[in-house]
Design a protein around this ligand. Sequence first.
Ligand SMILES: C[S@@+](CC[C@H](N)C(=O)[O-])C[C@H]1O[C@@H](n2cnc3c(N)ncnc32)[C@H](O)[C@@H]1O
Length: 280
Amino acid sequence: MPANGSSHPARKHPKPNPSGVHFLAAPRIADELVRSAAITEADLVVDFGAGHGAITAPLARTGAEILAVERDPEFVRKLRTRLSDARNVRVIPADARTFSLPRKKFAVVASIPYAVSTALMRRLLSPTASALDRAALIVEWGFAKRLSATSPRDLETAWWAARFELRLVRRIPARHFSPAPKVDSAHLTVHRRGKPDKLTDRALWTLLQAAHRTPHAPARTAVAFLGRKPHRLLKANGIDPERAAAAVPPPDWAALARQLAADRSLHWPPLPRALREDRR
Ligand SMILES: C[S@@+](CC[C@H](N)C(=O)[O-])C[C@H]1O[C@@H](n2cnc3c(N)ncnc32)[C@H](O)[C@@H]1O
């Protein structure tokens, strides 16, 4: 075993790796990842792209029920051998993009393959029916920066950030993976902000859509359609009416949506199907 404590020695020079498989070669980072998700015996946890079990093994030690999802049959075989004593781990040969997500509350702790990051986050964070409670993820650095930005750059990210707290915990240098990828990664945590009712979700989506239709226009123009006094409405909710609509933090739009949803004289269009259920 190499000095870094991994069974997969880190290479000095990145080799071409078209499959995008980068094994975590730092057990300390895997432990931190698991700890940051506060996993207990009561949890159901999915590890997407389990590989050789760098994250599955410390997850197994928490006593939680673990679903280790892996697409590569060779890795599945090795992982089953490695974790044959762990009765709380089920190794599932499946594609993360089509695997049936649990219907009961679950957490995700995983180093997700870069190539499927967006598709997977969309499945986990977009549908109101998603039972995801929290996640601790290793993702590509740029992706983590984009997701955790105070002002999301697009409507989809704003929807995610309004309903989940997306926090960049720290940068993880490429040297901690084997083979080392070209770019650094990040430890990103995800926590559900609460379970809003259906009307609040509909009001939120309508507000975010309006804000991102003309992202640079002042927030007051985004709420003009409501036919209320935009200045007063926004100020009462701690939103600067002159601030660019897309720069208003999504949780502020969510607070406004909660208030507006309580007003039964207002009507909100239904959510698109992709925001109600998982469309694999
Ligand atoms: C970045 S590696 C992480 C491996 C391991 N979790 C670790 O941290 O060392 C990504 C893993 O995801 C697997 N993978 C790639 N695409 C996948 C997909 N669509 N569904 C499931 N697993 C996938 C790869 O085979 C690989 O094992």
